[in-house]
Design a protein around this ligand. Sequence first.
Ligand code: HEM
Length: 366
Amino acid sequence: MLLEPAGYPTRFGHLPRWAGEPLKLLEEGAKLGSSFGLRLGRRAVVGYSPQWNRMLLSDLETFRSGGSFSSLTPYLSGGIITADVPEHRSRRQALDPSFHAKAVRGLRERLQEALQALLPRGEFEARAWASQVALTALNVAYFDARFPLPELAAFLAPLNRAFPAPLLPRPLRFASARHRTAQMRAEGHGMAAHLPPEEVLVGLAAGYDTTAHTLAWALWHAANYPQWHTPEGDLLLIKETLRLYPPGFVGSRRAGRGFEFAGKSFPAGVWVLYSSYLTHRDKSQWERPLEFNPLRFTGRIPAWGYLPFGGGERICLGMHFAQMVLEAALSLFGPLQALRGDPSPKPLLTLAPRGELWLRVRAKRP
Ligand code: HEM
């Protein structure tokens, strides 16, 4: 048996704490060992060592996405995200060409133009602005910027709210998003013209709050560590932001069969979790892990120790796109000043900055 952090002595033992304070629960569990148990209505096992990450992310037969946490929200329970091998592989092969680095570079100019129009002056709140950027970027990529933005914002808004908002079924919202996507497809706009509609909807959901929250944090750190906010430093600053604040702080699978790890056996059916948040803050992987120091990305990165986009065959489909959006958005700004805010991480469906982040634009980047 694995050790467990404190919970209630019932089958639902850790569920209330998981819903309210998952980071604290994970951190408490991590002190018990590099893998530990949770009772979330079903037995769950969490690990964060590189060996654990490699096992979970490489063995797609054993560690299945169907029945994982993604299946619990209507936004992520479709398309590629909950498909499993062998179907996952063929779906992924069909999607990859639209998202590889070269295809994404082709979108950069259009995106930069669209972002210029959003450029704030004077004081602005980074979380709200970053959400506009993420929506606009997804709109450019998927729909040639033709999807009415308020409609897109309304469809995706529940992803940014506290539980249970992202988990509730929303048949009307989904029906109208599907209808609009079908219209975009028929009119031949953007990637929606050739991708299956369910892949468009899960791509929007997977790419929205993740990109928005990362950008808000990156802007905050660009203001607080101006020595890194340079054309050469921005990429390292983004990597370090994603290390300390990985929006996808925990990834989940369902064990399709029993498995063994480090001499312990686990039965089929358990939830199997990895946590980029714990891995990225693990002292045995990273020196002074709580320090914000982009310099560490000029050196060796621990194998299976840095997973803001997951890893293996299921690595984030939108990784190159997200990186391009983040770099393009940061490159709009010259020096920034941090005014007030609370950047500590707050767990929603993904990690988000806890408070508003107020910044002032001091000058445009030449
Ligand atoms: C900074 C922004 C982003 C972060 C941090 C992020 C993070 C992640 C992570 C951690 C995974 C793996 C989940 C797992 O192993 O269970 C993932 C998968 C995925 N992401 Fe992203 N993501 C980002 C942006 C995007 C964007 C912009 C898109 C789409 C345009 C996207 C689409 C997807 C899809 C479709 C998957 C599932 C891939 C598969 O199962 O084969 N993501 N993402």
